[in-house]
Design a protein around this ligand. Sequence first.
Ligand SMILES: Nc1ncnc2c1ncn2[C@@H]1O[C@H](COP(=O)(O)OP(=O)(O)O)[C@@H](O)[C@H]1O
Ligand SMILES: [Mg+2]
Length: 253
Amino acid sequence: MTTQNIDLNEYYGVQTIGITKQFDGVKALDDVSLTIPIFGITSIVGPNGSGKSTLVNLITGVLPYDEGTVVIETNAFKVIHAHETPDHGITRTFQEVRLFDQMTVWDNIMVVLTNRKLFPSMAERSKSEHHEKAEEILKQVGMWEKREAMAEDLSYGQRKLLEIGRAMALDVQVYILDEPFAGLFPQMLERVKDLLRELRDNGRTVVFISHNMDIVRELSDHIIVLESGKFLLAGEVEDILNRPEVIRAYLGT
Ligand SMILES: Nc1ncnc2c1ncn2[C@@H]1O[C@H](COP(=O)(O)OP(=O)(O)O)[C@@H](O)[C@H]1O
Ligand SMILES: [Mg+2]
């Protein structure tokens, strides 16, 4: 088993230890041990089907893992429940966008902001706060003008932006985005890059999956490479992108 060696003053964000996930006998992830550092932007790269989305699905409890442990901060989990993910300090987006299609853009953000309030009085008190936050987020992701549109009427790129906004509406430590740049127009792409940098600069842990190696190079502090369900290697951006194994994985030779 290959393990990763990151020296970040013993601070760790999210760690997997020997996690394995099979689908119908096929190992989507095979004994994967890796660390997502708490600081900076980490990209997860690898060819199609290498297990990137599965990794995120396991960490966020969308799918159960067969074996192994996930460590979030100092807590080790044998089982993770999706609804507890925000309590673990993690929010995410999906490669295939998940929205409330029958709700407006505005309401899609508001449900995230309000659904964890336990007491009506608290909800009432913070109502104007929620409105301000929703406005801020919609402006950040460039969806303010579209706030009254139904989610189902949005374009592909707009749906992605709204989902990113929904993830950002939670005030947590770790933001994981599964292919946030796929299908975005250049202007929106720049906007999302800025959002990720801003989260990073505010001390948040940012993780993204992407096939766009220009963006990976530009944005990442750390890179984790998966290949055929296995951890291949990880480290600092320039180091990793110049490795022959990485070039081989991408060129398929
Ligand atoms: N829910 C699922 N059911 C069955 N097979 C799946 C499921 N999710 C992923 N897989 C399989 O697991 C492997 C890894 O998929 P995935 O994690 O989506 O890869 P990536 O995100 O790197 O493209 C692929 O062979 C894929 O077909
Ligand atoms: Mg994927």
